[in-house]
Design a protein around this ligand. Structure first.
Ligand code: PEP
Length: 253
């Protein structure tokens, strides 16, 4: 298994000036050989600048979304092909804000995952249940449906899975680490059953109100190999403190 991956999802935040200040500071903090893999997913407007600033650095560039079609009449969209052209390495697919605010279906998320692979990107596939689904005892049923739809055709390219319970995202109320571990264990078993050794290599992140103060509780769990961080990633110091929590008690590669 490779190093843990801690990824920053900036959502709809930061101007170009703020992007530059942030990345210059993060590069100082991270140094040449960080013990954990980092990725930053800025807004589309800042991707080209971030690509330039991060070029040759150990911090990977990620995108928050990508359209599966290579090119065409899709006003307002940016394709996986265009992201790859910019030097993007990771792309978030199926974030709950896109599933729930913009009505993205499981089938559309599956198309994105396929397209990401075609263009040499690594999808960060987000899965997770709503509070109602958890309270109704359906959390695993929902996550399994999302996994089966996105990965059900028997192919597996480079992949990261982010388990992000919807009710924990941006609320300040994270999942209980025991529940995050339980879900990650089920996801791992599902992957291993379908994809054997390749499935065992997929990194599983936890996401949902991760902060420097609670990061160790998640990043120290045996089945969790990283975090997808929204709000607390907007400050470089805070993001770096979270990333360092991924190194406690783990081998560095
Ligand atoms: C996210 O956007 O994926 C996320 C986990 O957000 P937050 O850390 O703010 O809960």
């Amino acid at each position: 298994m490779s190093k843990a991956l801690v990824a920053a999802n900036w959502k709809m935040h930061k101007t170009l000036r703020e992007t530059e200040e942030y990345l210059r500071r993060l590069l100082e903090l991270v140094g040449d050989e960080p013990p954990v893999e980092l990725a930053v997913c800025p807004s589309f407007t800042a991707l080209a600048l971030a690509a330039r600033l991060l070029s040759g650095s150990p911090i990977a560039l990620g995108a928050q979304n990508g359209h599966p079609k290579k090119e065409g009449a899709f006003t307002g969209e940016v394709s996986m092909y265009q992201l790859a052209d910019l030097g993007v390495r990771y792309v978030i697919c199926g974030h709950s804000e896109r599933r729930h605010l913009f009505g993205e279906s499981d089938a559309f998320v599956a198309e994105k995952v396929r397209a990401a692979w075609i263009h040499g990107l690594t999808p960060i596939l987000c899965v997770g249940e709503t509070l109602e689904e958890r309270q109704g005892g359906r959390a695993w049923e929902v996550v399994e449906r999302q996994l089966s739809s996105a990965l059900g055709d028997g192919l597996l390219g480079p992949l990261v899975i982010a388990y992000e319970p919807v009710w924990a995202i941006g609320t300040g109320v994270p999942a209980h680490p025991h529940d995050a571990q339980d879900m990650a264990r089920r996801i791992r078993a599902w992957l291993s059953e379908r994809f054997g050794g390749k499935g065992a290599e997929v990194r599983i992140q936890y996401g949902g109100s991760v902060k420097p103060e609670n990061a160790r509780e998640f990043l120290g769990l045996p089945e969790i190999q990283g975090a997808l961080v929204g709000g607390a990633s907007l400050d470089p110091e805070s993001f770096w403190r979270i990333a360092l929590a991924a190194t406690c008690g783990r081998p560095s590669s």
